[in-house]
Design a protein around this ligand. Structure first.
Ligand SMILES: [Zn+2]
Length: 528
């Protein structure tokens, strides 16, 4: 099997995605991760576009990348100019990368209306630009913009572009579905019609406008392409690019292709999450292979089969891509799911009293709007209570919050809290925050800081609110999820109430008590 080259464009095409912007530091950090994963090529950006891009190419040389080659991206020379002096070509050479990816027009209508030149001049632009870059010792990949649309419109011209680039010395010809409207069967047919023996190696660059970017990329490989371009998580312009988080495992695990990054496949999930964090986007739970739900099982009976014979219910073991199987607690959860979730505390019989009790309790809570799929820490506290292995952090006496706003100043909330610990000792906390939830969190920490120094390690990293019955308008019940972290572990908790402050309070207290019971009391760390 011929090796397939993976070419990542997260830092160039991926930056065109709505709501995505990476700082220079982010780009360098992503490049280091892509290199560690073993991606063959990293497209760093468009050196002509701005200073940040040019600076990336300077700094990336000092990152000591060992597996990935960095490519600069840019377009062919302008019409009727010398390639050697052209600002596009100069910027590409100044980027100092071993590889340059040049993009050129393939669709005659674009040549005519966008470049405003003749089809013949476009061919000369392609030839000259490639020759200058090759003359400077660069490896040159040629992206044929709008290749599939261009081919459908005028196959003779699209072929002339392929031949010109090939003869000029391009090392790879990447066929682009720039508008993302091509379907897999068309990709197979068109590649099948190309005179492959006469051309340099073929690559594929797909966009996801018909949800076929991954399928089109695989079809292209099947038809003979040996270089695939895409982005991590599929983020990119409009609906995005081919998602490398699906392309890579599909090629390695399903199509048996050799990939340089295949030995690191088990780091794929963490790579996907790392890029999501840098993009400041919440990872898509339902993403194939790397999403949180990709190996989650909900229905009771179904989960039972998963436990006995996972291969009957999963297309691959999630560990292969660094993901994990999750057995979700839900209204459908059977007793066997509860039994497995109790594993941590010993082995329990399906018909034991505690399993019956927990299954019933779970049903009750879920009926009122609680959901434990994404709040395992809150569920852990329910289990601990049932097993008598729970110790409260404090007893609430009362809290009081007051939000205020004066003209021209931002709203604030001031609050105080009274607690007792060990049944008698009274503690008080007070704070001001931007809103009630932050104020409550500060008040709790203020009251407990001396007694429980571990709290200073815990940070709230995410807070999400969902309205459960919007038809009740402002009296609707809300569900709050809080995700917390101590820098190493993260855990999530849930609260439900008609009052958003109360729902948040429940999730906040669960977060602290979960950590207290699992990591402070049980590890015997100081500060209890
Ligand atoms: Zn693109």
């Amino acid at each position: 099997m011929q090796r397939v080259i993976i070419y990542d464009t997260t830092l160039r095409d991926g930056m065109q995605g709505t709501g995505i912007s990476y700082t220079l530091e982010d780009k360098l950090a992503i490049a280091r991760q892509l290199d560690a994963f073993g991606i063959d090529y990293i497209e760093g950006g468009f050196p002509l576009s701005n200073k940040k891009e040019a600076e990336f190419f300077r700094q990336v040389r000092e990152q000591g990348l060992t597996r990935s080659r960095v490519a600069a991206f840019g377009s062919t020379r302008r019409p009727h100019q010398q390639a050697a002096g052209d600002p596009h070509i100069r910027a590409l050479l100044e980027a100092g990368t071993p590889t340059v990816t040049l993009v050129g027009k393939t669709w005659t209508e674009h040549v005519q209306h966008v470049l405003r030149t003749t089809p013949e001049e476009n061919l000369r632009m392609i030839r000259d630009s490639i020759e200058v870059l090759k003359g400077e010792g660069r490896e040159v990949f040629f992206d044929l913009e709008h290749f599939f649309d261009g081919y459908k419109h005028d196959p003779g011209y699209a072929l002339a572009v392929l031949r010109t680039a090939s003869e000029a010395g391009a090392d790879c010809l990447a066929l682009c579905d720039t508008n993302g409207g091509t379907l897999p069967a068309e990709v197979s047919r068109i590649i099948g019609e190309l005179p492959r023996g006469e051309l340099s190696c073929l690559g594929i660059h797909c966009h996801n406008d018909t949800e076929n970017a991954v399928a089109n990329s695989l079809a292209a490989v099947d038809a003979g392409a040996v270089h695939v371009q895409g982005t991590i998580n599929g983020w990119g312009e409009r609906c995005g690019n081919a998602n490398l988080c699906a392309v890579v495992p599909n090629l390695a695990l399903k199509m048996g292709r050799e990939l340089a990054c295949a030995p690191n496949l088990r780091h794929l999930t963490s790579l996907a999450r790392f890029v999501a964090e840098k993009a400041n986007l919440i990872p898509d739970k339902r993403q194939p292979y790397v999403g949180e739900a990709a190996f989650s099982h909900k229905a009771g009976q179904h989960a039972d089969v998963v436990a006995k014979a996972p291969r009957l219910m999963e297309h691959i073991p999630g560990e292969l891509v660094g993901n994990e199987r999750r057995l979700i607690l839900s209204e459908l959860a059977g007793k066997s799911t509860v039994v497995r979730r109790l594993d941590k505390y010993g082995s329990f019989d399906k018909n034991s009293e505690v399993v019956q009790l927990l299954t019933g309790r779970l049903k009750e809570l879920e009926e009122t709007g609680f959901e434990y799929e994404a709040a395992e820490a809150s569920f852990d506290l329910i289990v601990r209570r049932a097993l008598d292995r729970y110790r409260p952090l404090f007893e609430l006496r009362n809290y009081h919050l007051e939000s205020f706003k004066a003209t021209d100043s931002p709203a604030r909330t001031v609050g105080r809290i009274f607690l007792t610990t060990d049944g008698s000792k009274e503690l008080m906390g007070a704070a001001v925050g931007v809103g009630p939830v932050e104020t409550l969190d500060y008040c709790l920490r203020d009251a407990l800081a001396t007694r429980h120094p571990f709290l200073s390690k815990i940070k709230l990293v995410d807070f999400a609110v969902r309205v459960l019955n919007p038809e009740r308008a402002t009296a609707a019940r809300v569900r709050v999820f809080v995700t917390s972290s101590d820098g190493e572990k993260t855990w999530s908790t849930v609260g439900v109430s008609e009052n958003i402050v109360e729902a948040s309070w429940q999730a906040l207290v669960d977060s602290m008590e979960y950590y207290y019971n699992n990591y402070v009391l049980e590890s015997g760390e100081p500060g209890q």
